[in-house]
Design a protein around this ligand. Structure first.
Ligand SMILES: NC(=O)C1=CN([C@@H]2O[C@H](COP(=O)(O)OP(=O)(O)OC[C@H]3O[C@@H](n4cnc5c(N)ncnc54)[C@H](OP(=O)(O)O)[C@@H]3O)[C@@H](O)[C@H]2O)[C@H](O)CC1
Ligand SMILES: [K+]
Length: 509
């Protein structure tokens, strides 16, 4: 699913109106109908709020609010409307202002006449949407501050007022703190960034039948990976396949005290359909590893506590390095040798050996940035924000971090998976794909090791191109976490639970 800028969203609006031969008021009515359905879903029979206040601005966001007020009134909600005064109002605002039944109380907001809001009021925030052109000030800011102080349940129309859809707002700007955001058409970039979570609350997108042709023809770096994006991407396992069909992966992982990371990554790799897995681990981990992962083969390093040797790479279709690795100088040398060896094109594919680099291997890269230029094309890096900072620089905010991410992926021609809520995959061509699956229960030790294992398996698969493999792996990892959390609850979830649910998650896609 594409994510468009605010300007593109406005153009989409116009293309839909022209393409479907409808009026803009009809499109607004669609949006308001969807908002009404949202209310039906949340406030079913007997649960209709005693007091619903619609705060309406002067543009089409306010128009949506006025149309919704009429529809809610028709559905027997007790509604009040408060109008933000302006020098001019949009045409569809006027249209819906005139259609508002006289029985609905509608008052103009003034500095001395702020609407009464109690903690029990359900407030619909329809002040500003994608047409926000500057931070809120004056009366608009005063209303929003008044609203936020009331701690009422706020449902934002399209986007919380004061939040830009695709750009940061200055620090200390006044922004509506919504409990729910009900958006039309496509998700907004703002919803996917941690710094906006306090404003956006729970968000959902309602389908208002916007022009699919315009969306298809519009270029954007931002994408949202939902179930449809990955459906059917995992090639079926042919009846006459054998273990060689699905690739032989090598995992370089573990050190004393961190063998669990190797075990988790290996388990995830095996559960993600790899044909064969060999792990190269330090001597201390032999019993631990063989007992917990009998399906994997095991090579032990000459060193007991960390990895100091790079095995012969010729049997493998992909290599993963990093989980629990530690940062010993000998392991750094192994990483360097791996990067040099992997760069040579493989006889079979003519491409470099696929690599997945995680955890301490990323920290080593961060401390020895001269190695970055050795990264073979399409190498997968899976940093969390702190590890990414070590590879680049501290980000001013989440938008700046996205810029750094894009720059890094295009500069080094690699696939970077920035982990977090809405994990963001950056591609060598500069696209950013935000993942839709996963939950806060996955913020637990070992989750990242599991992701490395999943990606290693999918990068070993001969029929999966690099980008598709990584997008699918990130999605399936999150989905496995969601399936696991449904059983354990988020607090009770541990990384091993994710491993156990990867099979069902991959089966779904
Ligand atoms: N795109 C769609 O698919 C649909 C969108 N709908 C809804 O329409 C809004 C966008 O409506 P738009 O009229 O473009 O913009 P807004 O309602 O957000 O606001 C524009 C007016 O607000 C003024 N403005 C902007 N910023 C401020 C500010 N900080 N303080 C005061 N006033 C402000 C702006 O004035 P300018 O001076 O900037 O010209 C405009 O007067 C979208 O979000 C959806 O809710 C459709 O209904 C359905 C399809
Ligand atoms: K709004």
């Amino acid at each position: 699913m594409k994510i468009l800028s605010a300007a593109q969203t406005r153009a989409l609006d116009q293309a839909t109106i022209a393409g479907q031969s409808i009026t803009s008021a009809q499109l607004m009515e669609r949006a308001a109908q969807e908002l009404l359905f949202w209310f039906y879903g949340h406030y079913g029979h007997g649960r209709v709020p005693a007091d619903t206040l619609l705060l309406c601005g002067p543009g089409n966001n306010g128009g949506d609010g006025l149309a919704l007020a009429r529809l809610l009134h028709g559905a027997n909600y007790a509604v009040r409307v408060a109008l933000l005064p302006a020098d001019s109002y949009s045409a569809d605002w006027w249209h819906n202002r005139q259609r508002l039944p006289a029985a609905v109380p509608a008052a103009e907001i003034g500095a001395e006449a702020l609407p009464a809001i109690s903690a029990d009021t359900v407030v619909v925030d329809a002040l500003f949407g994608t047409g926000l052109s500057r931070p809120l000030a004056g009366l608009a800011a005063a209303v929003v501050a008044h609203l936020n102080a009331a701690r009422a349940r706020v449902v934002a129309v399209d986007i919380p007022s004061g939040l830009f859809a695709d750009a940061p707002q200055p620090a200390a700007s006044t922004v509506v703190r919504a409990r729910h955001t009900v958006s039309s058409g496509l998700p907004k970039l703002a919803f996917l960034l941690p710094q906006n979570a306090e404003f956006v609350g729970e968000w959902e997108v309602e389908d208002i039948d916007l022009s699919p042709q315009f969306i298809a023809d519009t270029a954007t770096p931002w994408h949202y990976t939902n179930a449809a994006a990955v459906a059917g991407q995992l090639p079926p396992r042919p009846k006459f396949s054998h273990k060689g069909t699905f690739g032989h992966a090598l995992l370089l992982a573990g050190s004393r005290g961190k063998m669990g990371a190797a075990v988790l990554a290996a388990g995830a790799c095996l559960r993600s359909g790899v044909g064969l897995l060999t792990a190269h681990i330090p001597g201390c981990g032999y019993d631990i590893f063989q007992i917990s992962q009998p399906e994997a083969m095991c090579l032990t390093d000459a060193q007991a506590d960390f990895i100091s040797e790079l095995p012969d790479l010729s049997p493998y279709q992909a290599v993963g390095i990093g989980p629990g690795l530690g940062q010993d100088a000998a392991s750094l040398a192994v990483l360097r040798q791996l990067l040099e060896a992997a760069a040579k094109p493989l006889e079979k594919t003519g491409q470099s050996l696929p690599l997945v680099i995680d955890a301490d291997a990323l920290n080593l890269l961060g401390r020895h940035r001269e190695l970055l230029k050795l990264l073979p094309e399409n190498t997968v890096l899976t940093p969390h924000p702190k590890e990414f900072e070590r590879l680049t620089e501290p980000a001013r905010d989440d938008y700046h971090r996205l810029e750094l991410l894009r720059d890094f992926a295009t500069r080094y021609r690699c696939l970077v998976v920035l982990k977090g809520a809405y994990t963001c995959l950056a591609t060598p061509s500069g696209e950013l794909h935000f993942n839709s699956t996963g939950n806060a229960g996955m913020a637990t030790g070992g989750s990242g090791d599991v992701l490395t294992g999943v990606l290693l398996a999918l990068r070993s698969h001969a029929q999966l191109p690099a980008f598709e493999a990584v997008r699918l792996g990130v999605y399936a990892h999150g989905r496995a976490g969601d399936l696991a959390a449904a059983q354990t609850g988020q607090a009770g979830l541990v990384a091993g639970d994710i491993v156990r649910h990867i099979g069902p998650a991959l089966a779904e896609v």
